[in-house]
Design a protein. Structure first.
Lengths: 251, 444, 492
């Protein structure tokens, strides 16, 4: 059984149709890239998977591990193992990154009926993980994303992903606003987390990121639907030809 | 116990009662308008002149500051009208349609009443006497105020302007309402104006209060303007208070602003012994954008109080307020600004800033910026600062060879410039900056 | 939008009946006859074996009070208080105690439930005590009477006097006489004057010159008796170059009737002295419909009487139906400093009108105000503050920041600052904001697995962090929990 099945998904925001019968199947342990021009519905898909308010599903289904997630609250989905790395991570003044991580991790564990981490165990874990991502201790003490550079914010997202160990990670334009060095660090962090137990959906506008995070499957999204699916070579084709050609196919 | 005991009436309060009793038969308007006056006077009488225990008048104790009542101004004679001609200079050669009110009475012969499409101008005195429909609809009703000074104005209102700008009309020249006191003898003036700007119209209003007599002027002004800004209208309102050094000036703006409108207000307060400038504005329609700014330049023993109540009654309106005061000598500058956001006025965006610059050790700045918020999805804030000129900046300028007084003047200009920049009309911006520079020069 | 609705619902669900400290202690008590008269004042004074001058002082206050009216300027609305319908004195019977062992076990149990380590022996034994935890001397006030003060002997060694004020009146009458009413005059305001007439107990602290008080001093106030007013009086004097940190906590059981609380706290800091006064107030706030709860009318004022002295107020206000409270600083000494850090949370039908006054009188005085107000449910939360620099206060400095957060659309948050500069060299800066918790921020937290309640609590704790940091460690943890309790309610 596939880990994620999106069937004929129709989504509106304030009465405006964004997704128009999107289908997507993600097998366990695979990395899928979703590419598409601005306004094709990439971020909407990411938000709908995570359960953001204001996105109205008018038709279709999202099954995660065979379970319908549409009725679940965002935190329920998170506890099931859906993680969204935000394109624009939120700043939370006054809340130390460390506190945020511990609250999130223990909330998920509690919901899953697992024991909460003790403070020393948690500290050890977070230090180790941060170390791998080149994250300074100082950043962990600072308020979540407040005053972080673009690169730091994205690294913080990957740190959270590493700590929360999701089964499905959705990376929404993780490459946006990053220079090549920052991109490499982030991609390296993501690649470390690839495992047969974890699937990923990498949403991006550019092919560049896929040089570093090599996908198993590439989908092209246009006007709210998947218009083409292929192997990693599809991304290169897209880079060469541009989106215009694929947009026509959707029409 | 003590608060239930009514205070002894002051001389001014007694004189107001006598004056009203004697004048009410002669004041224009019958029927509902006479009732309006009577109710207003009863309302005033019940509370008396506002004093420091009345929260809204905390810093301007009118009961103490208004020792007596000057006699109601008599209609201007030829010599008064001759003196009045010099008024309006403060805005230099900015081209305007001048409407002149001499000692509280409309002087049509000194005014430009040439017809213009979409523009109707009348005198308030006549409109009241005739029972004009526009006046009946709006006077005393634009913003229901409990304020004692407004009530007094309603009770004793004589003349003023009644202007209507038709829907969609665009009035090219600013309308300049000049209220001039000529100082022939001690007098009090109660002017009331009504300006209705209909849907989608464009207009610029300048209101100046001036003195054209000899000496410092022994007079009292209580002026009120009711302003109705229609949906999608674009309106600028600039009020210049340049009264004589002996004058007591209280003026009130009551404005209701419609949906998707643009409203830009500026107050420039430079002359008068005691000035109270009240602005009561309410957003009655959604998605309106407003800028409300002001500059106050005070010296000697001047006392000026700007009190603003901004009522966000509709969704999605944006307001920016910026008030600057420069205080020299033993002057006292007061700013009270309250932003109210009603429960349904979600998505309100209101920001208010008030700054006082103290140039002397004996000047005083009192600031009370208030937020009163009942809707949750809002972004509101205010800031207030008070202090002297930045010593480091002054030193920097002096180190570049600029003499101290000039350096000060430069910094003060920059300080007030921020607010003056909010005026859309370039010519007006310039003349007001010039007036400020002249004030600074006179100081040096 | 569902998430918005969810937040609103969650807040609406907050069940103030879950008030954690709402238990009644079953002990016999001795009360003064109901109502207020000269006889009541005499009764209280006699009970305390006070010197004659003290009775005169009280009677003068009482007579003055009769001529005064309740202030009406605050944004609080409550039915008229019938001052004859309260008991002005309630003491647990058998209150002449030789040692802690004689304290009524029921009372000790109550304090245990409140988490106050009252038993000195236990504390000294230090059972399962985390490393570095400071010891706290506690003066526990039960209704009107101080029942036990711990660590008295140890404090005595350093010369610190920490005892019930009723005892201080007997043991150190000159000192009490010298300072009592000098910061908050008898005639200061309606509630302070009432307190002056009928206060029954409270704490007295004197820290001698140059002494750094070896431990935190703490008072716990608990109102237990039905229909009692509690009028405690605290007087703290920090002599030259001394330092003291004082903590105050308050609780009351659930009662349908509104209980009246009108305390007065006076602080005096002499040259180079510093007083840090922290309060966590969680009196019973009333039920969801606004029934019951404490009326809290408090006058707290610190006098930086000496040069370079410093007084710092920190408060976490989560309880009471009505809060009327403005801990203030009179910055009289040159170079003196005043601080006010406040968290005020209102929920249900609570009404809070709180803030501070910073009166700059001396040269180069500075003050800092950080206020965080959180309004939820159908509550109203007002910050009211005055900063003024007098003619001679050259070089006065103030920085004020007051932020309000609204949760739900049935509550109100208001900011009323008065900023008065009568001196050109004063530099005053004030900023205030009002906003709601961003839905995007909550979604971010929930995507990471937190429930709506956890997300709100986390964000609010972040919002108030600058103030929490000012609290002594033990209090900060307690306060953080309290914030979550006040806002969550619907959890579980």
């Amino acid at each position: 059984m596939a880990l994620l099945e999106v069937k004929n998904l129709h989504v509106e925001i304030g009465g405006k149709k964004i997704l128009n019968g999107l289908d997507l199947t993600v097998e366990k342990g695979t990395v899928h890239a979703i590419m598409g021009p601005n306004g094709s519905g990439k971020s909407t898909l990411a938000y709908v998977l995570a359960g953001k308010a204001g996105y109205e599903v008018t038709e279709g289904q999202i099954l995660f591990d065979g379970e319908d997630v549409l009725a679940m609250a965002p935190d329920e989905r998170a506890a099931k193992g859906i993680f969204l790395a935000f394109q624009y991570p939120m700043e939370i003044p006054g809340v130390a990154t460390m506190t945020f991580l511990r609250t999130a991790l223990n909330a998920q564990r509690k919901r899953r009926g697992e024991a909460e981490f003790s403070t020393p165990d948690f500290m050890k874990r977070v230090r180790d993980t941060a170390g791998h991502l080149g994250i300074e201790q100082d950043m962990l003490r600072r308020a979540v994303n407040v005053g972080f550079s673009g690169g730091e914010k994205k690294r913080n997202e990957i740190l959270q992903m590493a700590m929360l160990e999701p089964r499905l990670a959705v990376l929404d334009e993780t490459d946006s606003g990053l220079d090549i060095d920052a991109l490499k660090i982030v991609a390296d962090g993501v690649n470390r987390l690839r495992s047969p137990e974890r699937s990923m959906i990498v949403i991006t506008h550019y092919q560049r990121l896929l040089d570093y995070i090599v996908p198993d499957v590439v989908h092209v999204l246009s006007k709210g639907r998947v218009v083409k699916t292929g192997g990693k070579e599809l991304a290169l084709e897209l880079e060469a030809k541009g989106y215009a050609e694929f947009a026509d196919e959707a029409a | 116990m003590s608060a239930e005991v009514r205070h002894m009436k002051t001389a001014a309060e007694l004189a107001l009662a006598e004056t009203y009793a004697a004048a009410k038969q002669k004041l224009p308007g019958k029927g509902p308008l006479a009732v309006l006056r009577e109710d207003a006077f009863r309302h005033f009488e019940a509370q008396g002149l506002p004093h420091r225990r009345v929260e809204e008048w905390k810093y301007t104790d009118l009961r103490a500051l208004m020792r007596d009542l000057k006699p109601l101004a008599s209609p201007p004679d030829a010599s008064a009208k001759a003196r009045a001609k010099t008024a309006g200079k403060i805005i230099g050669d900015v081209e305007c349609r001048r409407l002149m009110f001499v000692d509280g009475a409309f002087a049509s012969e000194l005014s430009d009443v040439t017809p213009e499409t979409g523009l109707a101008i009348a005198s308030m005195n006549q409109a009241l006497a005739k029972g004009d429909a526009l006046v009946g609809t709006h006077v005393g009703k634009v913003i229901e105020s409990k304020d004692a000074a407004v009530a007094l104005n309603t009770a004793l209102m004589g003349d003023g302007a009644v202007i209507r700008i038709a829907a969609g009309a665009s009035i090219a020249r600013p309308l300049h309402l000049i209220f001039v006191a000529t100082g022939g003898k001690p007098a009090s003036m109660f002017t009331r104006s009504l300006i209705v700007i209909e849907k989608g119209a464009r207009a610029m209003l300048i209101e100046s209060h001036e003195y054209a007599g000899a000496g410092s002027g022994d007079y009292q002004v209580n002026a009120a303007l009711e302003l109705v800004v229609g949906d999608e209208a674009h309106v600028d309102h600039v009020k210049i208070i340049a009264e004589g050094a002996g004058a007591l000036h209280v003026s009130s703006l009551m404005a209701s602003i419609g949906a998707r409108a643009r409203y830009n207000d500026f107050s420039f307060s430079i002359g008068g012994a005691v000035v109270r400038n009240q602005l009561f504005l309410r957003f009655d329609g959604e998605d309106t954008v407003a800028g409300i700014r002001g500059v106050c330049l005070l010296k000697g023993r001047q006392h000026a109080d700007t009190t603003l109540v901004l009522d966000h009654s509709a969704k999605g309106c944006q307001s920016r307020e910026l008030f600057k005061s420069v205080l020299d000598g033993e002057s006292r500058g007061i700013f009270q600004g309250k932003i109210i956001v009603r429960p349904h006025a979600q998505k309100t965006d209101g920001k208010m800033m008030t700054q006082a610059l103290l140039l002397s050790d004996t000047a005083e700045a009192d600031n009370k910026p208030e937020l009163e918020i009942f809707a949750d999805d809002v972004q509101c804030g205010h800031g207030a600062t008070a202090g002297a000129l930045d010593e480091d900046l002054l030193f920097y300028l002096k180190a570049r060879g600029i003499p101290p007084k000039e350096a000060e003047a430069l910094l003060i200009q920059a300080f007030i410039g921020e607010a003056v920049e909010g005026i859309e009309h370039a010519g007006l911006r310039e003349v007001l900056m010039e007036a400020a520079v002249a004030w600074l020069k006179a100081r040096a | 939008m569902p998430a918005v609705q969810e937040t609103v619902d969650q807040v609406r669900l907050i069940d103030v009946d879950q008030y954690k400290y709402g238990f009644v202690t079953d002990i016999e008590s001795e009360k003064a006859p109901k109502g207020l008269s000269e006889d009541t004042v005499r009764f209280i004074s006699a009970k305390k074996n006070e010197p004659a001058w003290m009775l005169d002082w009280r009677l003068e206050a009482y007579r003055r009070w009769l001529t005064m009216r309740e202030p009406v300027w605050a944004r609080v609305d409550y039915p008229k208080i019938d001052y004859q319908d309260y008991y002005y004195y309630a003491a647990p019977k058998r209150n002449a105690l030789a040692s802690l062992d004689e304290v009524d076990p029921e009372i000790l149990k109550t304090y245990e439930k409140l988490g106050i380590p009252l038993r000195e022996q236990e504390m000294l034994a230090g059972v399962v005590r985390p490393e570095g935890e400071r010891r706290i001397a506690v003066d526990a006030v039960f209704d009107s009477v101080s029942v036990a003060t711990t660590f008295k002997e140890e404090l005595k060694k350093s010369g610190v006097i920490f005892m019930p004020i009723s005892e201080a009146l007997r043991e150190h009458p000159d000192m009490v006489k010298k300072y009592l009413g000098t910061v908050v005059p008898v005639t200061d305001n309606f509630f302070a004057t009432l307190n002056s007439a009928v206060f029954s107990d409270g704490s007295f602290v004197y820290v001698p010159p140059g002494v750094r008080c070896p431990m935190e001093l703490s008072t716990y106030f608990r109102m237990n008796e039905k229909n009692t007013g509690q009028f405690e009086r605290t007087l703290i004097i920090a002599d030259k170059g001394s330092y003291v940190s004082y903590l105050e906590g308050c609780t009351a059981p659930m009662r349908d009737e509104n209980q009246l609380h009108a305390a007065v706290v006076e602080l005096v800091a002499l040259d180079d002295a510093e007083i840090k006064y922290s309060t966590v107030q969680n009196w019973y706030p009333g039920d969801a419909n606004g029934k019951g709860g404490i009326y809290n009318f408090v006058t707290k004022r610190g006098d930086c009487r000496g040069d370079r002295s410093k007084i710092s107020w920190t408060q976490v206000e989560t309880g009471s139906a009505i809060t009327w409270k403005y801990p203030s600083c009179i910055l009289r000494g040159d170079n003196s400093q005043g601080e006010f850090y406040s968290i005020a949370i209102s929920n249900g039908r609570q009404q809070v009108d709180s803030g501070t006054k910073m009166l700059h009188l001396g040269k180069n005085t500075s003050s800092r105000i950080i206020s965080k107000g959180i309004a939820a449910g159908r509550s109203n939360n007002t910050y009211r503050g005055l900063v003024s620099a007098h003619r001679k206060a050259a070089g006065a400095r103030n920085f004020t920041n007051c932020d309000s957060l609204l949760i739900g659309d049935k509550c109100g948050a208001h900011t009323v600052p008065y900023i008065e500069a009568k001196n050109a060299s004063a530099v005053f800066e004030h900023e205030a904001t009002t906003s709601k918790i961003s839905e995007d921020m909550l979604f971010y937290c929930r995507q990471r697995g937190m429930s709506a309640e956890e997300a709100v609590a986390l964000v609010v704790n972040g919002f108030v962090k600058d103030v929490l940091q000012q609290l002594p460690m033990e209090f900060a943890v307690e306060a953080q929990k309290l914030i979550s309790i006040s806002l969550e309610g619907s959890v579980g």
